[in-house]
Ligand binder design. Sequence first.
Ligand code: MTE
Ligand code: HPA
Ligand code: MOS
Length: 760
Amino acid sequence: MSANQHLDLLVTGAARFTSDLPWPEGCLHAHPAVSPHAHARFTAVDAAAALATPGVVAVLTAADVPGENQIGSVQPDEPLLAEGEVHCVGEPYALVIADSPDSAWRGAHAVTADFQPLPAILDPRDAFAAGSLISPPRTWASGDVDGAWAACATVVSGTAEIGSQEHVAMETQCALAVPTDSGGVAVHSGTQSPSVVQRAIARVTALPMHAVEVDVVRLGGGFGGKEDQATLWACLAALAALRFGRPVRTCPDRREDFRITGKRHPYQADFTLGLDADGRFVAYEAMLFQDAGASTDLSLAILERSLFHATNAYAVPNVRVTAASCRTNLPSNTAFRGFGGPQAIFVFECAIRAAARELGVPPEDLQRRNLLAEGDVFHHGMRAEHVRARASWDGLEGVRPVAEARAAAAAWNAGNPRVRRGVAVQPVCFGIAFTATLLNQAEALVHVYLDGTVVVTTGAVEMGQGVQGKIRRVVARTFGIPEAAVHLASANTLRVANVSATAASTGSDLNGAAAREAALSVLAELRPVAAARLGCAPDDVEFADGVARVRPGAAAGGTGPVAWGDVVADAYLRRVRLSALAHYATPGLHFDRDTNTGHPFHYHVYGTALVEASVDVLLGTAHVDRVTAMHDAGALLDELTDRGQVEGGIVQGLGWVTSEEILHSPDGRLLTDTLSTFKIPDIQSSPELDVHFLGEENPLGLMGSKAVGEPPLIYGLGGFFAIQDAMAGWRPEAAGEFRAPLTPERVFGLLHGLGAAPEP
Ligand code: MTE
Ligand code: HPA
Ligand code: MOS
């Protein structure tokens, strides 16, 4: 094992995900029967054919749910199994239990009901016009937008549209529920939110929460897709396990996962941006239409983050943004890396491009001129502090000057009529904290064993982002012992309770801080023990390099160092506490939902990327060639992991805007339900990545670090604008519409005047 045990496990394939857990003796398998209609009424489920399928044990419906038939965590609009009405293709309305996964799948596909189709809405603007909303639209405003237009030298308006995105985590959704002898249930769930799953299981089974144990070993990726939507699979497994007194496993295959689960929210938008004669942003107004799908899920929190990030990394004195969460008849859209921020940022960046075209200037001139500066106030009232917007831009220029890249592209284009190059700069400003203030808390449990090794439990779910490695490092540094002496246990609701989801990029900030508190609490107990051995004052003990020793410069120097293990053994003999549970709540957060102002974030993450792309105008193929990023991650807690997060985020963002397209049939069926029709980036389509870190200590972060998980995805938006830039140089009208993704089909159609790409 190298220093980074977590990465070793992943790259060697030894890491065990929930879906890799061995099936217990007598394990049954469950699969939901799902609606074939986007919207329909039904009165009776016909399970006869399913029950006649070999291996099928039973078919359950809503009537078999002993508790409340409801799993909506924010609003009660999501039944576990549909009752009387279905609201999207893929909504579960029955559960087939069988002796093998294959039989469960076959049985589920044999279930029918007397569906009477109803009209369906598949477009958020249509939903808005019909008044089909998850909740009333929200408007956030600052300054005086109406009064500001008159002072503008230039005002541009337009529309923008950005598509959905399937998470495609390596591991699909999965749960394994085992009934306990005391009438409860222990569930291994592939979730980012153990406590949300625990509460939902208690609700649908009518069990007290103490009878529901949720354990999360490690996820084969989550990306937000398992923040709220692992709940369904865990509840289905628990329901069946309790009913039949046997272990039950749910694990949809890739195609079922594509069809049933929600994805990133697509957005449509109208925008207007006003600038003064010097190119300074004066006023911005936007209307955002979010496609929430059929139920609330996390849509309102996602909508709120869109409002927070509406002006990205720019200072705009007058802002009015309205956002509507529109209820459509599609599977409920959900959290996805960036959580609504990237969609709103895309709209603002489109407005900048519209203004740059109008003024005939490179967009980067406007971007740079308007970057946030220290002390600027966001439209939500928070003052920007420790701003790194210009520092990251200038840092990037130091690595790869933007003007040089633009000049090189122009020079290339002058001599190459067929392959055209384009560039785009993509700044990032992302607020770190759950926007729901109450979620910004965490607990950690630390045990020190008699051999000096340590086990840490938190609510943090490892999903590839390296949170366990970071917490391990924090605890090892706090005790001054080797990382190999610290083990991170699974997230488990019996050991650490009431945990927030591992989400909002706060996993290591929150859980790492709680773990550090717990370790410090044990250390406070060990200090007098070590001092007695060392013959010094407790405050003069230093724990480092696997020993306790007298700190340099201490008044009285006693004996030589004592091994960590000996201090621990001594403590036990003296009946001193070797365990601690600590709680951490991010200080200083508040937000007033009546005035939409406050201090919602602990700090912001900044960065700037230069994206360079080329387009073969004859073939209509586009390629992002190179991304150079200057990213602000504070004092890096784990450089390899942080680099992986930035690189992975960039590629995931590029995939969203260039090749990944979610398409539905006119009757609401997902057409792109395989990896051959929904194209994720591969090593060939990925650009050359050149990632640099600003590396300045973050005074507000865990040991000087900054959260890193979500923000880098936003750099990927630059891929859209770089390709558009390349196309505009050849045929300006080809770059007219702000509609992502720019798939190969669309690039070809736009270049050759074919209009929109034909739908399959
Ligand atoms: N990286 C990997 N490899 N796998 C993931 O599922 N999820 C992303 C990001 N990076 C994810 C990832 C998302 S959506 C979030 S919110 C953060 O990691 C969550 O982890 P953190 O809070 O510990 O950074
Ligand atoms: N980010 C991610 N997940 C969340 C948030 C957030 O801000 N709020 C609630 N769940
Ligand atoms: Mo991440 S979208 O907050 O799970």
